[in-house]
Design a protein around this ligand. Structure first.
Ligand SMILES: [Ca+2]
Length: 156
């Protein structure tokens, strides 16, 4: 009597396909970041940044009804060009909530260390930086992202 069995590679392939199908909703559900409006140096226009400044670069994340509630953003996950929020002297992350653009919706002002942004051989921010990208996650894991154009004044 000959037992007809499926080949091992076929079974393995089916198993992989099944796992991928089962994982797909989890993998793809939250991969598309919510596009949020941000403004580098929201207190001034244009966004002139002095690279030798030892302070922080403020960036506003604007709340928008039905799209983004800034209170839902996990501050620990916020990065600007891969640089995390600056840390205050008291050890807490440097951010604040305020309605920066006066539209009645709460915004989040995030502060990033300019020395950190400009540090290293491949800095997040230098005279050639066209865009700065801000990424973060909501407390529920949903990713968000936004971008703005910095104006760097390295000679001042
Ligand atoms: Ca606002």
């Amino acid at each position: 009597m000959i037992r007809k069995t499926k080949s091992k590679p076929f079974v393995a392939l089916m198993a992989v396909a099944l796992i991928l199908c089962l994982m797909a909703p989890a993998v793809f559900a939250n991969t598309e970041p919510i596009d949020v409006g941000i403004d580098i140096k929201p207190f001034s226009c244009p966004n002139a940044i002095n690279l030798t400044n030892q302070g922080t670069l403020p960036v506003a994340i604007f709340g928008y009804p039905g799209v983004i509630d800034v209170m839902e953003i996990d501050p620990a996950t916020i990065e600007l060009g891969g640089v995390s929020l600056a840390v205050k002297k008291n050890g807490k992350l440097f951010f604040a909530y305020e309605d920066n653009n006066l539209d009645g919706i709460m915004d989040m002002i995030c502060h990033f260390s300019i020395p950190q942004l400009t540090a290293g051989p491949d800095p997040a921010l230098d005279a050639d930086t066209d865009y700065l990208f801000l990424t973060a996650q909501l407390y529920n894991g949903t990713p968000i992202s936004g971008e703005d154009i910095p104006w760097v004044v390295p000679w001042q």
